[in-house]
Write a protein that binds this ligand. Structure first.
Ligand code: CP
Length: 331
């Protein structure tokens, strides 16, 4: 077992532990730009015939997902493999979690095996922060409850910046189930840090109880913003988190807040349609709209690999927290 705190451990100015990616809040605009710039290099690696570099040879990354995932888990795995890291997939469903083992005991057991990074998803907000206190390894938040999903925000920034050519002054509408969404919170922090203007579009019951401190405008009228936005970001209705109970019916939600063909036709010619996935086709987005050329949903997924390569490299290749690592790599 690797004992003791590593050099470089400590806290960021906002109090988050170093060597981890726990929240977009810990990154300022120059940090974000450097992560995105480094992502360009790894996107080039991903496009190679043999997409593999030895950057993290000898490092071990573990996935600890207490919630289901397709995109995040697989793209982290692809990212780690392309960086030549060893990967260990911890399957909660077939583990001693089923015998009642606590998160802390599980994490410390995994840590005792000598790992370098752990990628954590949990339904409770704050679990990745606790994991960072319990283990001597880098921790990446892969989604914690309704709180944050920082790597989703990074790949969203990267996709929008690449397509739009820049984010300063970009107008971003985030639409739908904001109340239950960790993506919404991370994306608001990320897009506004990059100089974009964000408007939240949702019925009252699907907005957070308090928006104090959120640097956003709010409207309940989706149609009023359609002609005025550069990014139309649809959120999944989180039916497993009771989002369906917050609207009279899914049919009514779709009629007022769903992106159907008529609404998509009113978007600007260059406006992007984005969605973090998985989609509820026919609820927040119609199936044919999701397949239009300006819908960049699969491009978001593809960019997720390069973004996560940048994140793992910054954390493990440099041994620093993400912001420090980004500054060092960028020179
Ligand atoms: N966007 C996202 O987090 O998707 P998964 O739940 O499939 O990882």
């Amino acid at each position: 077992m690797r004992g003791g705190a590593r050099s470089g451990a400590g806290v960021t100015p906002r109090g988050a532990p170093r060597r981890h990616l726990l929240s977009i809040e810990d990154l300022d605009r120059p940090d974000l730009e450097r992560v995105l710039d480094l992502t360009d290099s790894f996107a080039e690696v991903s496009r190679r015939r043999i997409p593999r570099v030895p950057a993290l040879r000898g490092k071990t990354v573990v996935w600890l997902f207490y919630e289901d995932s397709t995109r995040t888990r697989l793209s982290f795995e692809a990212a780690a493999k392309q960086l030549s890291a060893d990967t260990v997939n911890f399957s909660v469903g077939s583990s001693s979690v089923n015998k009642g083992e606590s998160v802390r005991d599980t994490v410390q057991t995994i840590g005792a095996m000598g790992i370098d990074a752990i990628v954590v998803r949990h339904s409770c907000a704050g679990v990745p922060h606790r994991v960072a206190e319990w283990i001597d390894a880098s921790v990446v938040n892969a989604g914690d409850g309704r709180h944050e999903h920082p790597t989703q925000a990074l790949l969203d920034l990267y996709t929008a910046r690449t397509r739009l050519g820049g984010l300063d002054g970009a107008r971003v509408a985030i639409v739908g189930d904001i109340r239950h969404s960790r993506v919404a919170r991370s994306d608001v922090l990320a897009f506004t840090a990059m100089g974009a203007e964000v408007v939240l579009v949702a019925p009252g019951p699907l907005l957070p109880a308090s928006l104090e401190g959120w640097p956003v405008a709010v409207t309940h009228d989706f149609d009023s913003v359609l002609g005025d936005i550069d990014v139309c970001y649809l959120l999944r209705m989180q039916l497993e988190r009771e989002a369906g109970a917050s609207v009279p019916s899914l049919r009514e939600f779709r009629s007022e807040y769903g992106l159907d063909a008529a609404r998509a036709d009113r978007l600007g010619a260059d406006a992007l349609i984005m969605h973090p996935g998985p989609m509820n086709r026919g609820v927040e987005i119609d199936g044919d709209v999701a397949d239009r050329p300006n819908a960049v949903i699969t491009e978001q997924v593809a960019n997720g690999v390069a973004v996560r390569m940048a994140v793992l490299f910054l954390l493990l290749g440099s041994g620093m927290d993400l912001a420090e690592g980004a500054r060092t790599v960028a020179g």
